[in-house]
Design a binder for this molecule. Structure first.
Ligand code: KPL
Length: 297
């Protein structure tokens, strides 16, 4: 049995694709998303389907748990998983350091990266926006996961450079996510709007510099442009969070870049500026509502 821990946009999409491939799937969610999933899961976009799913509030034993909660919920969700036998826990979350948090609670942690695109149109309704890949490390656990998922339609590739891919994705997210969230624009506008692109270049080059000091060759500007144009119509996950008055993953993306730059004595003023802007917006939500709308997807 496959379990989706955090059946938001991406988790619901993966769960739907697995169930449609014949797997028994459990969807772990909360709040209004859980209530909606108990009724049905609707998928639209690249694929159109309506599924009756097994939606639960708490995790259960599984052969493999696909871990798709927001980065800042990793600790709480990890704790919940420690009470069951979740099998291989495969995280494909955005951000840096989530696998370290998960390792406190469960043994078989597998760090992956994904380029699949999904948005929640409404509670219980996911839009399949872009077919991508799931990259997993080419080690024993990665191979075990591929074996378990081999009957599924998910596109999975075993790679030797997972650490590089995790950081490369974080650098891409560090540019696209906060800029789209602050300017309230879709991903493609980052490249098309001359002024915003100038800011994007500054943030991208700081990330590239950090990766170079790790020994990774990465053309951040070209990659940000490629991903922003390939996902031009997407509203980034951070934009969706800000639009819903929710907390964002900024600490695990730009925050992690700033922390690592500081350890290595590298300057990253553009990251610091954009980080503080997003934290400031989050504070305003907090002040107005008294709390974040964390029960929402
Ligand atoms: O990963 C993403 C996100 O929105 O979090 C990108 C790649 C920017 C696609 O929207």
């Amino acid at each position: 049995m496959i379990q989706i821990m955090g059946a938001g946009a991406l988790g619901s999409l993966f769960g739907a694709l697995l169930q449609l491939s014949g797997y028994e799937v459990v969807f772990v969610a909360r709040g209004k998303q859980l209530e909606a999933l108990k009724n049905k899961l609707t998928v639209s976009g690249i694929l159109n389907a309506e599924l009756t799913v097994n939606a639960l509030e708490k995790p259960v034993d599984a052969d493999l748990t696909l871990f798709t909660v927001k980065a800042y919920d990793t600790d709480e969700a990890g704790k919940a998983l420690s009470k069951v036998n979740p099998g291989i826990v495969c995280t494909v979350q955005n951000g840096i350091g989530v696998e370290k948090i998960l390792s406190k609670y469960t043994e078989k942690v597998l760090r992956g990266v994904t380029s699949y695109g999904a948005n929640l149109r409404d509670f219980g309704h996911v839009v399949y926006a872009g077919e991508g890949q799931i990259y997993l490390p080419n080690d024993e656990l990665g191979k075990e996961a591929v074996e378990l998922l081999k009957k599924s339609s998910l596109r999975i590739e075993l790679v030797k450079d997972i650490e590089f891919r995790v950081w490369a994705k974080a650098v891409i997210n560090s540019v696209i996510n906060p800029l789209t969230a602050i300017c309230r624009i879709r991903n493609g506008r980052i490249v098309e709007n001359e002024e915003i692109w100038k800011l994007a270049l500054k943030i991208a080059k700081e990330g590239e510099n950090l990766l170079r000091s790790f020994g990774f060759e990465f053309d951040a500007v070209s990659e940000v442009k490629r991903v922003a144009l390939a996902t031009a119509k997407n509203r980034s996950s951070m934009l969706q969070d800000i639009e819903r008055g929710k907390r964002t993953e900024i600490d695990y993306i730009n925050g992690a870049i700033i922390e690592n730059c500081s350890k290595l004595g590298l300057d990253c003023p553009a990251n610091e500026f954009i980080y503080l802007l997003i934290k400031g917006i989050e504070n305003e939500f907090h002040n107005r509502a008294g709390r974040f709308g964390d029960a929402d997807p």
